[in-house]
Write a protein that binds this ligand. Structure first.
Ligand SMILES: *[C@@H]1O[C@H](CO)[C@@H](O)[C@H](O)[C@H]1NC(C)=O
Ligand SMILES: *[C@@H]1O[C@H](CO)[C@@H](O)[C@H](O)[C@H]1NC(C)=O
Ligand SMILES: *[C@@H]1O[C@H](CO)[C@@H](O)[C@H](O)[C@H]1NC(C)=O
Ligand SMILES: *[C@@H]1O[C@H](CO)[C@@H](O)[C@H](O)[C@H]1NC(C)=O
Ligand SMILES: *[C@@H]1O[C@H](CO)[C@@H](O)[C@H](O)[C@H]1NC(C)=O
Ligand SMILES: *[C@@H]1O[C@H](CO)[C@@H](O)[C@H](O)[C@H]1NC(C)=O
Ligand SMILES: [Fe+2]
Length: 472
């Protein structure tokens, strides 16, 4: 089985056999890493919930709105994009909304879209942006106007500022299996009460079905509605969002994803919905795309180059980056897939002192120490990760529980940069207390219970740049 203890010692000859000789010459001690959890998950197959499951139920009523979801709709948190699908006819794209302490219902006008994918035609997909909301306020909203009206609510974030506590949930690679349902349930019941989900990509896994059966995009939308209709999920594009299928005559990448999940990319002057930024409470969040060009001169490269200097850590002390494919991953899955982007962007992450990077893709959990690997210049041989207190912590949280199952095979020995790794499903919470401290915890799905299995106090890289490493 794949559950292995980290070796307590490893000789130079073993490293030499496993790693490039340059790394040894470089004096890097890459073995004897952190902890490889010995927790053994009950190994039953990860299977999708059947379409007639309770979580996929279509709401009753003529043209009833379904798959309701919200995300941040502007750069600072005063806007919300409300999206939903109607099946029988377009119906109204209006949203009625009002704050808790107001009687007066306001109306916002949205737009309706459809798309086709092979022989599938989507329902009527509505998107409507609510603007100029008041911070820190509970709003009710209604969709399905004129037919079957459904009411939901959300709470706007506090005004952007340095000392605003805020709690983010972290979910990745969720899919729609029975395990996905456990992960979402545990997130909802977590007493730390996440206020917004940072979703690191790979939503529905509809592309695993024949012809990328887009009905599985619809079922996924109904499955997660119970959370995402009430709190925003911040979207990152994963490889399962690409849906590039020339064999089906589908040559437009990201078609289902971009029609269904809008993001406020224009508000951060991005030119495509795959990379963008938002401010929320005391955090500046940068979303990057592992599956869009990021080489020099590309739109994403140019955008990020201009974006990082704009982050004002007096206003938003915390700087979080999200991307799908991890840069520091010691599992034998997707190994080094993140390497090309790391080469392009890592020096900037160190320069601008990113606090933490969240990724998915690998269906397991891993947390790194603060490391960087930016010294290499082709001829100097300096190509090993080193401890670096200006570098982010890298967290892989692709463990939502999709039908592809767990990634259990790890590289051995555990690299030194890897602080903790475990092949279990789960979710995490990043709980910002103030400008200096955030409590991070990862919660595995353990026989139906959520168990905190890994945690760490994050010290902000600008306001409290004290060593917060957890390995001895
Ligand atoms: C799409 O085509 C597949 C076979 O290629 C078929 O099984 C399926 O029922 C079709 N779906 C629709 C909506 O026509
Ligand atoms: C999914 O989880 C919810 C909440 O725990 C539960 O009510 C529901 O029955 C579950 N559905 C399936 C198909 O497991
Ligand atoms: C976007 O560009 C405009 C025009 O240059 C500028 O005024 C605005 O501040 C920029 N927005 C962000 C979030 O960078
Ligand atoms: C950074 O933000 C602080 C607090 O909002 C503000 O006082 C300061 O002027 C900003 N600095 C820059 C360079 O915009
Ligand atoms: C784990 O991955 C390695 C490298 O890809 C491979 O050689 C090995 O056979 C795998 N082990 C198992 C148990 O699958
Ligand atoms: C910030 O939060 C940490 C953890 O809760 C606490 O120990 C520290 O005193 C707080 N700092 C300030 C200035 O309140
Ligand atoms: Fe992925």
């Amino acid at each position: 089985m794949a559950v292995l203890r980290s070796s307590s010692r490893c000789s130079v000859s073993v490293i030499g056999a496993v790693l490039l000789v340059v790394l040894v010459l470089n004096g890097a001690n890459l073995c004897n890493g952190g902890k490889t959890s010995t927790f053994v998950r009950k190994v039953e197959k990860t299977v999708d919930m059947p379409l007639n499951s309770d979580v996929f139920r279509v709401p009753p009523g003529y043209n009833a709105p379904q798959q309701v979801h919200i995300t941040q709709g502007d750069h600072v948190g005063k806007g919300v994009i409300v999206s939903w699908v109607t099946q029988d006819e377009p119906g109204s794209s209006e949203v009625l909304y009002w704050s808790e302490n107001s009687e007066h219902k306001k109306t916002a006008k949205g737009k309706v879209y459809r798309y086709e994918f092979y022989n599938y035609t989507s329902g009527y997909i509505h998107h409507c942006t609510l603007k100029k909301l008041t911070y820190n306020t509970k709003y009710y909203y209604e969709v399905g106007i004129g037919h079957t009206v459904q009411q939901f609510w959300f709470i706007t974030p506090p005004e952007v500022g340095p000392d605003v506590p805020y709690t983010f949930g972290l979910i990745g690679d969720l899919g729609q299996s029975f395990d996905s349902n456990l992960t979402l349930t545990h997130y909802e019941h977590n007493p730390l009460k996440g206020q917004t989900v940072l979703f690191v990509g790979d939503l529905s896994y509809a592309d695993q079905y024949p012809n990328h059966d887009n009905a599985r995009w619809d079922s996924w939308g109904r499955f997660v509605e119970r959370s995402v209709a009430y709190q925003p999920w911040i979207w990152t594009a994963g490889n399962h969002e690409i849906d590039f299928a020339p064999e089906l005559g589908e040559n437009e990448p990201f078609k289902p994803f971009t029609h269904r999940y809008l993001v406020p990319y224009r508000a951060s002057n991005s030119t495509a919905p795959f990379w963008y930024s938002i401010k929320r409470a005391s955090v500046y969040i940068i979303v990057l795309s592992s599956y869009s060009a990021y080489g020099k001169y590309t739109p994403q490269y140019k955008w990020l180059e201009q974006e990082l200097p704009k982050v004002n850590r007096t206003e938003t002390p915390w700087l979080i980056v999200m991307m799908h494919s991890p840069w520091y991953n010691s599992y034998n899955y997707h190994y080094m897939e993140g390497e090309t982007m790391r080469v392009m962007f890592e020096p900037w992450f160190v320069k601008y002192k990113v606090d933490v990077v969240f990724s998915g893709h690998v269906h397991a959990y891993e947390r790194s120490e603060r490391v960087s690997n930016v010294a290499y210049n082709i001829i100097n041989g300096l190509c090993a990760p080193i401890q670096d207190q200006s570098a982010p912590v890298y967290i892989t949280i692709g463990d939502g529980g999709n039908l592809e199952g767990l990634a259990t095979n790890m590289t051995e020995p555990q690299p030194k940069y890897s602080a903790y790794r475990e092949a279990s499903f789960g979710h995490a919470v990043f709980d910002i207390k103030n400008r200096t401290h955030a409590y991070y915890s990862w919660h595995r799905n353990q026989d139906g219970y959520a168990v905190e299995a890994d945690s760490m106090w994050f010290f902000n890289r600008i306001w409290h740049p004290v060593d917060d490493s957890t390995s001895a």
